[in-house]
Design a protein around this ligand. Structure first.
Ligand code: ADP
Length: 451
């Protein structure tokens, strides 16, 4: 049984994982960079160790230092959170070799899903519907032929892609070669791998994902859907569960496919399958994320489940204790990502010292964060300060609650996107639950208007 966990991450997710550990009586070890000495995840942990300089390469991405810390502090397991080493198959393998439990799927599962082409191949084999496209490294000589077969518009994507990088949309054949070269060079710069492939561009899709859990005994369940179509530059900003778009039949079908997909690769742990869903509710596999997602709390709120607790339970080698037939979505949850950024200056990061925070309180509110009065936001990492999550019995009540909570949340000293999020909550299409991944660009003018 796991007694002590090292959390190989920082910020809100490190604190969130530690909170569950505390409830379970598991001791926690924080690792931190020199820039994070004053971070809440350091003071919250039972033990903490500085592992290096501010740059992620020297600290949170440095597998050697993290493993060394785990051994020094005699941690039985490592929780990677999201980002950093969470989807690094070599790191998962190293942990295993060193006799430390990696709280996540096997290195093989991470590898199979980490590369987008290999993931597509696996899913096709498992009879999971994928976006029409190619499943091999695209050569210049095949470019036009493949594109004609699929039909314009298409999207050229980096095989090693992530975070919306290395993608190029092509509407006209004459743009094809240039877009291909651009995607390749961005992929090379971002991932050190210039392999790209091509997908049909789904014109007005929804991004809807299914959470699932698998144990080491071959049991897999799904935990329903999250609608993540409110995106800026392919990055999620607001998520909600259940999706206001899909009907129950589609929801059940997507859940069943997610279970099939996870089972086909012998998945152990918590994972997510992302789908693109078109206007006719056809859904296509986009990618599998082999870790906890930023937006996992909305699933927790709607199902009454602590996903980190289930991850630890699975990592202990136990059988799933949740039964599919007992899982039902109850009420509605919305999450807003709170970022230190300036919406009036093209969302430029706004690091600095937080003067004062007034945190929302009251019924149905959850704040997953790590900031406090006087905290200095380092320039080295993500600009996300935390997440505001609300739950209510219906979507409309959840929306009203989110408006109230965003009104209560006050952060001074740095610029934040709180007002921008409030405007999203007041936008007609969001209120109606009628929006696609183009929502932000379609409403950009309205969302920029301050006041
Ligand atoms: P990344 O791994 O870089 O986040 P994804 O493949 O998950 O990239 O895609 C991110 C977002 O880009 C999706 O949520 C969607 O909005 C858009 N997108 C990706 N592929 C397509 C496609 N074939 N058609 C339309 N939109 C797409």
């Amino acid at each position: 049984m796991i007694q002590k966990i090292l959390i190989a991450n920082r910020g809100e997710i490190a604190v969130r994982v530690m909170r569950t550990c505390k409830e379970m009586g598991i001791r926690t070890v924080a690792v931190y960079s020199e820039a994070d000495r004053t971070s809440r995840h350091v003071s919250y942990a039972d033990e903490a160790v500085c592992i290096g300089l501010a740059s992620s390469q020297e600290s949170y991405l440095n597998a050697d230092k993290i493993i060394k810390a785990a051994k020094q502090f005699k941690a039985d397991a490592i929780h990677p959170g999201y980002g950093f080493l969470s989807e690094n198959a070599d790191f998962a393998r190293r942990c295993k070799e060193e006799g430390i439990i990696f709280i996540g799927p096997s290195a093989e599962s991470i590898e199979a899903m980490g590369d987008k082409i290999s993931a597509r191949r696996q899913m096709i084999k498992a009879k999971v519907p994928v976006v029409p496209g190619t499943s091999e490294d695209l050569k210049p000589r095949d470019l036009f032929r493949v594109c004609r077969r699929i039909g314009l518009p298409v999207i050229i994507k980096a095989t090693a892609g992530g975070g919306g990088k290395g993608m190029r949309l092509v509407y006209e054949e004459k743009q094809l070669y240039e877009a291909y070269e651009a995607a390749k060079s961005e992929a090379r710069a971002s991932f050190g791998n210039d392999s790209v492939y091509i997908e049909k561009y789904i014109e007005s899709p929804h991004h809807i994902e299914i959470q699932f859990l698998g144990d080491a005994h071959g049991n897999v369940i799904h935990l329903f859907d999250r609608e993540c179509s409110v995106q800026r530059r392919h990055q999620k900003i607001v998520e909600e569960s259940p999706s206001p778009f899909i009907d129950d039949k589609t929801r059940q079908a997507m859940g069943a496919i997610a279970v099939k997909a996870a089972r086909s690769i012998g998945y152990v742990g918590a994972g997510t399958i992302e789908f693109l869903v078109d206007g006719d509710m056809n859904f296509y596999f986009l990618e599998m994320n082999t870790r906890l997602q930023v937006e996992h709390p909305i699933t927790e709120e709607v199902l009454g489940v602590d996903l980190v607790k289930e991850q630890i339970h699975i990592a202990n080698g136990k059988k799933l204790r949740l039964r599919q037939k007992h899982l039902h979505q109850r009420g509605h949850a919305i999450e807003c990502r709170i970022c230190a950024e300036d919406p009036e200056n093209n969302f430029a990061p706004s690091p600095g010292i937080i003067r004062h925070i007034q945190t929302p309180e009251g019924i149905g509110v959850r704040v997953d964060s790590f900031i406090y009065d006087g905290y200095e936001i380092p320039v080295y990492y993500d600009s996300m300060l935390g997440k505001l999550i609300v739950w209510a019995t219906s979507r409309i009540y959840a929306l009203e609650r989110m408006r109230r909570v965003l009104y209560e949340y006050k952060i001074t000293g740095v610029k934040t996107n709180i007002d921008y999020l409030r405007r999203i909550m007041d936008t007609r299409d969001f209120v109606k639950g009628n929006y696609t991944t183009h929502f932000i660009e379609d409403n950009s003018k309205k969302l920029q208007e301050s006041g």
